[in-house]
Every structure is written in structure tokens, then in C-alpha cells.
Design a protein around this ligand. Sequence first.
Ligand code: NAD
Ligand code: MG
Length: 400
Amino acid sequence: MNGPAMTRRRISIFGATGSIGGNTLDLIGRDRGAFDVVALTGGHNVARLAQLARDFDAEIAVTAHEDCLPALRDHLSGSTVACAAGAAAIVEAAARPADWVMSAIVGHAGLAPGMEALKQGRTLALANKESLVTAGPLLLATARAHGATILPVDSEHSAVFQALIGEDIAAVERIIITASGGAFRDWPLERMARATLADASSHPNWAMGQRITIDSASLFNKALELIETHEFFGISPSRIEPLVHPESMIHAMVGFVDGALMAHVGPPDMRHAIGFALNWPERRTLPVARLDFAALGQFTFRAPDEIRYPALRLSREVMQAGGMAGAVFNGAKERALDAFIGGEIGFLDMAHVVEETLARLTGDSLVHATMTLDTVAQTDHLARIAAGEAIRARHTKGQA
Ligand code: NAD
Ligand code: MG
């Protein structure tokens, strides 16, 4: 499709059955002759995982859940695709030789396979923002030590990365990260308090997995992205500004000391950021819509309201605290999100649970321990337990 045939590149996709995984396979499917698919991983949806593994002739399909292995094996019978199950098998799959690895598992579970790929010196396309939030310094140090490359895939971070090509990071004055404002951007607080799971699960502009969609409505997604920006680009928190831009066409802007501002503009289609990482350091044709500015007419902006969205304030506290505050923040957020999805707490309770958990664990020795994969996992576990207690306390209070 794109010029003369090159040697085929070996590709693995962690989280292949998800939204980012599907978009990645869409791109690979358009240029099948250029790629050999090594490992594809998924969760409970083993029928889909097996179908993708057959369609793309993968070496191995791995489900995160050991009890799903018999079903996965059934779905793959008669094919040449190997199968395996469990978190350790996913990490093992990340050790298989590959040129390019997509990290698109949702949540903390994405960290360990991404770290393994970096230890093998691979190019890691990083959609899993939780990796940078919970273990940024560890991730970057591992990449450096093993000569691996991390390419950001979150649309805002891909945008910043692109705006920085050929630039000196020392000349950066500020980074503006845009936010659509999510599902409730025009809702009054009282109504947000009563928001249902269905309300929070539809995004005005982007089609994404359920968890990030709900995180977009609470702006926890943006909070994670501010931390992600700080960790990946090494920019101080005071220079990172969130900005509500309801059209989601400008993904980020980088301001330089001379007053210039480089904006990355494009339709809300993750295949741009994924394709940029897939083709890097080249640019190649991608199947994303081209914008007609005259038809669009205008772009609008407003300051984010931190009373409605306490996640933004909390993210700054996390950046100031450093260490493993990010792992506490993310673990508590994931537990609070489970509780909202499970109907245990209301939409606005999520931020309270995260704030209480952060406050409770600030002095904990684990939060100040040396950052390793193990201490991050322990901190994540501790945060979930503390958040669970905060959730139960709210529940009891609510019923009294
Ligand atoms: P999704 O829910 O659509 O897919 C998640 C994938 O992870 C699935 O393949 C699922 O089977 C797998 N998974 C879930 N739990 C797992 C576990 N415990 N162990 C192993 N695998 C597990 O999610 P998504 O929207 O594709 O997002 C994936 C990641 O990319 C997230 O970190 C998200 O924040 C980030 N991201 C997504 C988008 C987007 O447009 N969807 C944009 C930017 C960043
Ligand atoms: Mg994003």
C-alpha cells in the first residue's frame, strides 16, 4: 500500500480485543503483507480474541483469565495459533521477539507486560496511560537501560510528541492539554450527582472503552493525562494546563519561550495517534478524515471548572508528591470506578473516595519506598483496599 515492500515487521498487541486494539488491527489489516502478528491478548471475550488471532494468523493468543483457557482452546481448535492464560502468560508473551508492541490493556494490568517489552529493548507504543501514572520513572529508566523506545499513543501525548519533533524541550514554556469536557460538561452539579452508568458511558466525541469513557466524564482521564505529560516529557506541573475544547479537534498545544504555539489538529480518530506510532519515524498515509475548516466554522475553549472536576486538583497534588502517589491515585481511581460501575457509589463519590485514599496513604512507608514493579503493585493493592474502605464508609453513611 505504501511504496516498495519492506521486511515484515513483527507486531504484538496487548489488549487486542479492546477499542485501541481494534483500531490497531484495523491499520495492520490494511497492509497485511507488511506485518507478522506475534501475540494478541484479551480478557473474557475469548471468541473475539480467537477470531482475531485466526484472521491475523497470530503465533499465540493469551487471555488474562485462567478459567477462560478451555473456551479459548475450543475456539482455536484446528488453527495453528497457540494459546495461554493468566497474567504471567501475558508477560511471557511480551518477551517474545517483536519489533513493535502495542500496550493497550486498560488499567494497572498493562504495566507488567509493557515493562517486559521494554526490558527486551522493543519499541513500545503506549496507550496504557496507567503505566506512566503509576510507574513513570521506572518505565523511562527501563527503556533507557535496555535501549527501548516509548512512543505515546494517547492522542494528547502523541500531539505533544509531534509538536516537539526537532525542538529543544528546554525552549518549552507550557503544554496545553485539551479536554472535550466529557458527557456531563453542560450538566449542573446536582444532576451529575445522580448520573447513571448509562449516562456516563457515552462520550460526545470519541468512541472508546467503557472505563476511559466514564473517566472522561469525571475528568479523571484528563487528570491521568496531566500526570502522564509530566512524567513522559519531564515538564513541571505548573507548566501543564488543561483546557476544555468541546470540539476535540485540537489535541494539545505546545507553547515555546518565544511565544510560538504549535497546535496539533485533527479529527477525533485514534487511528491517527496509533498510525503515527506504527509508522514512526516516517509519516505514511492514514485513513483518517481530513478537516474542512470552513465547514467547521469555529473552535471554542473554556477553563475547566475544578469544583465540578476535583480530579484535576488531585492530579496536581499527586505530581507535587511524586514517588508512588500516582500508583495510589490510580489504584484508588480504579477501585472507585469499579464501585460506580457496580452501583455501589454515585458519580461524584468517585473523587471523594480517591481524595480520602490519597490523604490516608500519604504517610505510608510504601508510598515512599523505592519504585519497583513489586512496590508499585503493592501500592496499587494497598490503595484499592483503602479505597474499598472509603467506599464502604460512604455506603454506610448513605444508608444511615
Ligand atoms: P477497552 O476496555 O476497550 O479494552 C481493554 C483491553 O484490555 C481489552 O482487550 C481487555 O480484554 C483487556 N483487559 C482488561 N482487563 C485486563 C486485565 N486485567 N488483564 C489483561 N487484559 C485486560 O479499553 P481501551 O479504550 O482500548 O483502552 C485501552 C488503554 O488505552 C487504556 O489504558 C486507556 O486509558 C488507553 N487509551 C484509550 C483510548 C481510546 O480511544 N480508547 C485513548 C487514549 C488512551
Ligand atoms: Mg487522551
